[in-house]
Structure formats: C-alpha cells, structure tokens
Design a protein. Structure first.
Ligand code: BGC
Length: 442
C-alpha cells in the first residue's frame, strides 16, 4: 500500500469557525432573538436557547477540546448587541468577557480570528432599519473601534463582516433571514452600506492596529447550469454567480458596485482587504423554474452521483473547492478558508468530505497558491439559524438538553491532520478507507 503525506507549509493555521449567536446562548437583544419569537421563522419553532453555553463559560472546555485536538487557531465572533446594548451604552463587562475568551485562545497557543459581524444586529439598530439605514456604517464603525481597542492585545486577524452576500440574499432577496423582506431596491441599499461599513472598519482597525490583517468572508457557492444547452439555465446561473459570488468582492477591488441591475460608486471600498476569506461548502446546478418566484426562479440540485447530506441541502463536491480557491487567487492576496463543512449527525459522510476538501486545498497549496489557513465549520454542533437544531455541523455533537459534548470520529480525523500539518496515507486508511485509492493510487 502506498505511503505518503500531503504536507502543508509551516505555520499553516488549522482551526474551526464559530459565530456568537450560534454558540453563546442567551442572546436576547438582537434581530435573531426577535426573529426566533415570530411564528414559523425557525424550523420546528426551535430556539437558540443556551446554544453551546459559551456565554455561561463552556467556551473554556471547548477551547481545551480544540487545543488538545491540535488546532492552532479558532474563529469566533463578537456580539454587537452585548457590547453596545443601547445606542448610548457600552458594556465593559461584555468587552471583558471577550477579552478573556481571546486571551484564553492565546494561552492555549491558538491564533484568534475575530469576526465583528456575523449575521446579527442589535435590536435597537434593527428597529431603526438595520443596514438599510445610511447611518449604520458609521454606527458599525464606532462599535468596531471600541471592540478592536479592547481586544487588540490578543487579536490581529479580523473579519469585518461575515458573508455580506448571504446576509443580503437571505434577508432581503429570499426572505429566510430577518427582516424577511424581499425587495431588490432595499437589498441594493443594504449591500452598499455593508461595503461602506466594511471599508470604514478596515481603516479604523488599521489606525488602531497598523499590523492587523483585515478581510471579509464571502460564501462562494459555485453554481453551474443544469442544462448547459438551455439558455434560461445559463443566464440564470450567470445572474446568480455575479450577484451572489462576485459583486461584493468586485467592489472591494474596483470601488464600483453592480448588484441586482443597479450601480453605485463606493470608492472607499477599493483595496480594503488584506486577505481573502473564503467560505466554501459545495457546488450546485441551477434549473430555471418560472414558477419559483420566491427562489428567484431557480431550483437547485446536485450533479448526478454527488453524495448529499442527510437533509439533502449540502453536497460533497470537493472539486468546487479547488475552483473556489482558483477564484480567490485572482485577487493576489493571501487566502484563508474561513469556513468549510457539512451537516452530518451520523458522521458517515464528513470524514470523506473533510479529507477530500483539504486534499483539494493541498493541490492548490502545492502549486503555490497563497493559502494560509483552514477553519472547519464547526467545532461543536450549534444553532443553525433558520434550520434551528435540525442540522449538525460539529466535529463534536451536542446534546442540547444536557450540554453534553459527543465526540465524532471526524474530530479525531481532523486532529490527526492538524497535528501532522498534512494528510497522511495512514490517516486516510484509518478514517476514510473508501477513498484511499482515489488519493493514493497504487
Ligand atoms: C454561515 C454559518 C452557518 C453555515 C452553515 C455559513 O454560511 O456563515 O453561520 O452555520 O453557513 O449553514
């Protein structure tokens, strides 16, 4: 049997990614806590509740788990509504809580990556229109200044805004996220303000901390037409790829936003990234469906033969990871894979998904793509937004009622990769023998 290891460069960051609302518990002062309380918004009427109880202190045991499992980095987000519970109030205790957390990472020899906005907005901001309001970028910037000042001793890797493309698409185009208001004109306004907010935050962070590395994360779901010979599928795919995958990043390069057939100049956004934050989950086919108005006339499916997750909502399409990295390389900046993962409670598919996606990343690293790290989504099962608790993305499972963590075999597999700084044939043989021949042809 062939023996080999696919090595990664020294200093490569291996971690997991999390988000405040999904793990902290007891967040009651933001748009998502309001949304949760509206009937029919969350699958099975579920609530985030205690989530993984990080606010109650269980971050310590989870950070221990991550550190013992060889992770040398962790991505978490701070909750704006805790730090600024009202427009005229800053909560020093909340800032201190986050200081303890990021210090906790550094003490465990893990690099913290901090996201300043991950889908949630304080209730007071939401009630005055959230990112629809042109005053919001400046308000966000003030919050960023406070937070960065408080955490700068321990953090210099920042994500200003997580997935502005998904935030806008789900909140203002499809309506699955708050405010559930599909309206193209509003979506455009929100997108422009998310660019302005990012640009202001980028400069603020650098003025407080010149050595900081600052970026955004973009969720790149690669779309391909289901029928390449059928113009409606082709045009629809072009529309999706531009608006969802390209528009925001293009504006960060050119300072010009073209989104949902509208245009604006946002010159201050040009050149405001120190790295590309790439969230890659899978690749899908689009079928034009004139009856699916609420889905932007698109049915999504996976190519034949692709293994799909329990709910049918995610697929294992690792070649799409390579294409996404190829896209990211165009920007000539360091690349960090800030999210990649699959919902799989039984952990039958995840081992293959993990190995194959990381293997694609290795291919790219091997021909000198400037990839600096990989953050698996996620450490422990957590509150999956509108899907409530129905999807389990954790390396560790969570018993929501008892808070017990249940280690999945993927946790050991990922630990072996992190500790080796690579994928060895032995590890593949042990955890995903069914793909051994594919990775190590004899
Ligand atoms: C989001 C995460 C989410 C994950 C899985 C990403 O788009 O950033 O918050 O849990 O997808 O759905």
């Amino acid at each position: 049997m062939p023996q080999a290891t696919f090595h990664f460069p020294n200093g490569f960051l291996w971690g997991t990614a999390t988000a405040a609302y999904q793990v902290e518990g007891n967040n009651r002062n933001n748009n998502w806590s309001a949304w949760e309380n509206e009937a029919g918004r969350i699958k099975d009427g579920a609530k985030a509740g205690l989530a993984c109880d990080w606010w109650g202190g269980r971050w310590k045991e989870d950070f221990d788990r991550a550190a013992e499992a060889g992770q040398n980095a962790l991505r978490l987000s701070v909750e704006w509504s805790r730090i600024q519970p009202a427009p005229d109030r800053w909560d020093q205790d909340a800032l201190e809580h986050y200081r303890q957390m990021v210090r906790g990472l550094v003490e465990r020899k893990m690099t913290p990556m901090v996201t300043l906005h991950h889908f949630t907005d304080p209730l007071w901001l939401y009630e005055r229109g959230g990112w629809e309001d042109d005053a919001t970028p400046a308000l966000f910037n003030a919050f960023v200044a406070k937070t960065v000042e408080a955490l700068k001793e321990y953090v210099n890797l920042w994500v200003t805004i997580n997935e502005p493309n998904i935030y806008t698409a789900l909140g203002y185009v499809i309506g699955l996220f708050p405010p559930g208001n599909p309206d193209a004109r509003t979506a455009f306004k929100v997108y422009r303000n998310l660019l302005r907010g990012h640009a202001a935050a980028y400069r603020t962070i650098h003025s407080v901390q010149p050595q900081a590395r600052v970026g955004v994360t973009i969720n790149r779901t690669a779309f391909v037409p289901a029928r390449r010979w059928f113009p409606p599928d082709v045009l629809l795919t072009r529309f999706f790829n531009w608006n969802l995958n390209e528009a925001y990043s293009a504006a960060l390069t050119s300072g010009k936003l073209a989104f949902l057939f509208r245009r604006a100049r946002v010159p201050e956004a040009a050149g405001t990234q120190d790295f590309i934050g790439l969230n890659y989950y899978d690749r899908r086919q689009l079928i034009f469906d004139p009856g699916a108005r609420d889905q932007l006339y698109a049915q999504q499916q996976f190519p034949r033969g692709v293994e799909i997750s329990q709910s049918g909502e995610f697929g294992n399409t690792p070649d799409g990871m390579y294409d996404a990295l190829k896209w990211a390389k165009r920007f000539e900046l360091p690349i960090i894979v800030t999210e990649n993962g699959i919902e799989d409670e039984a952990d039958g598919l995840r081992p293959r998904y993990l190995v194959e996606n990381i293997h694609q990343m290795w291919h790219a690293v091997n021909i000198s793509y400037p990839i600096k790290g990989y953050f698996h989504w996620t450490l422990v099962d957590n509150f999956e937004w509108a899907r409530g608790w129905t999807q389990r993305f954790g390396l560790w499972g969570l018993d929501v009622a008892t808070q017990a963590r249940l280690k999945r075999k993927s946790a050991d597999l990922y630990a072996a990769i992190c500790k080796e700084n690579g994928i060895s044939s032995e590890v593949v043989q042990r955890y995903a023998p069914e793909i051994f021949g594919k990775l190590f042809p004899g």
